[in-house]
Design a protein around this ligand. Structure first.
Ligand SMILES: Cc1ncc(C[n+]2csc(CCOP(=O)(O)OP(=O)(O)O)c2C)c(N)n1
Ligand SMILES: [Mg+2]
Length: 628
């Protein structure tokens, strides 16, 4: 028997219709939300903003994951790579009831639907993209490319969690996303959860075809199989057939995920599983207008944003919009008071199983404080000025070694580093931890194991994104990188800081741990590296963030009593690049003379020598960005 009998098939289709209806309504309407009367131009919003094209696909996936969660009682979160499909995710968290619980003014009735519509992408309203105020979200998706890296970060050390990650086919052209497929080489089926990537091949980005969209299934399969996935294709545009086929495909993928996990958990680690993933080819703007002014819309790039634009001034366009919205039969979806019919609503999971209410997506709820030793334990005693040479980061390595040990049971701390744990002088961590890899290890390997928690991958994007996903789901970590290469992911630092800044304003978002970035090998002390490794730019980015709460974007510039005058002079020359007036950059990794006296008195202990569990200056809201 099929996963969906006729009754459930009809209900899931209605659920999807309801999500699509609410999506279109958010883009277009400011009144007459349930089309109880013929549409009039003044009921249209003054400015039409939003992205339709990706939305029906996102909602199709959401509705089916709801069914999967219900049938199997799964702990699952949803990451929408094409975060511009904000109205679709908002529609879904509204339909499942989470939205009204958090924002009671957006009630489950006609007035609430009107409010949902009016607030969308309106000044003082809610963002057009999946964002911090969106329940269930840990991924903004405005800056494309990070969905898979966030998904893997969320899955690490979360053995019961499945992270569904929708990847746009345009997004799949970005460097970070292309690199992110390798996440499965770091995902352990015993102690980690699973990621289910769904590559949404709707064929187009904003105004042209996508590379993968135009490639044959065979070539797409070769690419993804090469990365180690078990690739399942589904293509079509007939909704009823697609519902049946997608439901079965999800069951297949879920069964494979569980069987890999159960086998490894019962019989031990035997290598990286060929994790399942889905390639879903559906039309961009599926179920939307087929043609406007003689131009094809559905299934083309023209469906990307607002597919029929002159609804306020052109009666033909207004009619197209009305017919489009009525095609979802709102009268069959919502009762006379605007409430979703109970048999349709019953398709959504209950309580914390709803993807908008899953605590993993509000990680502070699950946060266990990190047990951090006093940083003073790692102080180096200096008996006589300028007689001893020490490496500053060596002490941090020792401290992290002890953090790993103290938090071993909680399994909630990881170090992320692009292959430089040793060169950054943090190698003491290897006395208690290993580098992570699911690939075979050989005898000459140095501390490589499928059970390591030192995440060495030569990609600053992956390190940053994994750490963000890990933090946003309530854990702790540190990203150590050469200062120059921190710029590669500087944009991610800025985006994450903006996320925190908005999160602090929302009482329902529970504070998470700080994003700790350790900058090493600073511009003026590169030893065997040179010009190519000089790029002291990240700390200049941080003041641009944390506008309202400066504690969010904090640099902890290590005091540098150890600098000789010549170094100071060179730093002074760099002052224009610095924002603290001192041109300070931390940390060198090489041995430096330790000084005493006046310089020592100026040493402001605690300003950067410690790992911040929650950033102290952020008060009880926590969750800052600390670059040292
Ligand atoms: C890094 C980045 N570059 C450019 C953009 C601008 N942009 C927004 S949507 C989009 C196209 C996305 O296409 P796709 O991933 O295929 O999403 P979908 O077709 O599902 O809308 C682009 C280029 C962006 N958001 N992020
Ligand atoms: Mg696309």
């Amino acid at each position: 028997m099929s996963t969906l009998d006729q009754t459930r098939l009809n209900l899931i289709h209605k659920y999807w219709n309801a999500a699509n209806y609410l999506t279109v309504g958010q883009i277009y309407l400011q009144s007459n939300p349930l089309l109880k009367e013929p549409l009039r131009p003044e009921q249209i919003k003054p400015r039409l903003l939003g992205h339709w094209g990706t939305s029906p696909g996102l909602s199709f996936i959401y509705a089916h994951l709801n069914r999967l969660i219900q049938d199997n009682d799964i702990d699952m979160i949803y990451l929408a790579g094409p975060g511009h499909g904000g109205p679709a995710i908002l529609a879904n968290v509204y339909l499942e009831g989470t939205y009204s619980e958090i924002y009671p003014e957006v009630s489950e009735d006609t007035q609430g639907i009107q409010r949902l519509f009016r607030q969308f992408s309106t000044p003082g309203g809610v963002p057009s993209h999946v964002s911090v105020p969106t329940p269930g979200s840990i991924h903004e998706g405005g800056e494309l490319g990070y969905v898979l890296t966030h998904a893997f970060g969320a899955a690490f050390d979360n053995p019961d969690l499945i992270v569904a990650a929708v990847v746009g086919d345009g997004e799949a052209e970005t460097g970070p996303l292309e690199g992110s497929w390798k996440g499965i080489d770091f995902l352990n089926p015993i102690r980690d959860g699973a990621v289910l990537p769904i590559l949404h091949l709707n064929g187009y980005k904003i105004s042209g075809p996508t590379v993968l969209g135009r490639e044959s299934d065979e070539r797409v399969k070769m690419l993804l199989t090469g990365h180690g996935y078990d690739v399942h294709f589904l293509e079509g545009d007939d909704p009823m057939q697609m519902h049946l086929a997608f439901a079965e495909l999800l069951d297949t993928c879920y069964a494979k995920i569980r069987s890999y996990q159960e086998d490894a958990r019962a019989n031990g680690f035997k290598g990286r599983p060929n994790w399942p993933m889905i390639v879903l080819r559906t039309p961009k703007g599926w179920t939307g207008p087929k043609e406007v002014d003689g131009l094809p819309i559905e299934g083309t790039f023209r469906a990307h944003q607002v597919p029929v634009a002159e609804v306020k001034t052109n009666p033909d366009h207004l009619k197209i919009l009305q017919d489009w919205m009525l095609s979802y039969k709102p009268g069959e979806l919502f009762d006379e008071n605007g409430r979703l019919h109970p048999e349709i609503a019953a398709l959504a999971p209950k309580g914390k199983r709803r993807m908008g209410a899953n605590p993993h997506a509000n990680g502070g709820k699950l946060l266990v404080e990190l047990d951090i030793p006093p940083f003073t334990d790692y102080a180096i005693e200096v008996k006589k000025p300028a007689t001893e040479r020490h490496e500053s980061t060596r002490q941090i390595g020792k401290m992290m070694r002890d953090i790993f040990t103290r938090n071993k049971e909680q399994q909630n701390f990881r170090l992320f580093c692009p292959d430089e744990t040793n060169s950054n002088r943090l190698g003491d961590v290897f006395t208690v931890e290993n580098r992570t890899s699911m690939e075979p290890t050989i005898s000459i390997d140095d501390h490589v194991s499928p059970f390591g928690r030192v995440m060495e991958v030569l990609s600053e994007h992956l390190c940053h994104g994994w750490l963000e996903g890990y933090l946003l789901t309530g854990r702790h970590g540190l990203f150590a990188t050469y200062e120059a290469f921190a710029l590669i992911s500087a944009s991610m630092t800025v985006q994450h800081t903006k996320w925190l800044e908005e999160g602090i304003k929302l009482p329902w978002r529970v504070p998470i741990s700080s994003l700790n970035i350790l900058l090493t090998s600073t511009a003026w002390r590169n030893d065997h590296n040179g010009f190519s490794h000089q790029g002291p730019g990240l700390s200049a980015h941080l003041p641009a963030t944390g506008r309202e709460l400066p504690a969010l974007g904090r640099r902890s510039l290590f005091p540098q009593p150890q600098l000789r005058e010549s170094d100071r002079d060179r730093q002074a020359a760099a002052a224009p690049m610095a924002h603290d007036g001192g041109g300070r950059r931390a940390l060198h990794t090489r041995p430096v003379d330790l000084a005493l006296g006046e310089q020592r008195r100026k040493f402001r202990a605690g300003r950067g020598a410690g790992l911040c569990g929650r950033y102290p200056d952020a008060g009880d809201r926590g969750g800052g960005v600390v670059a040292a």
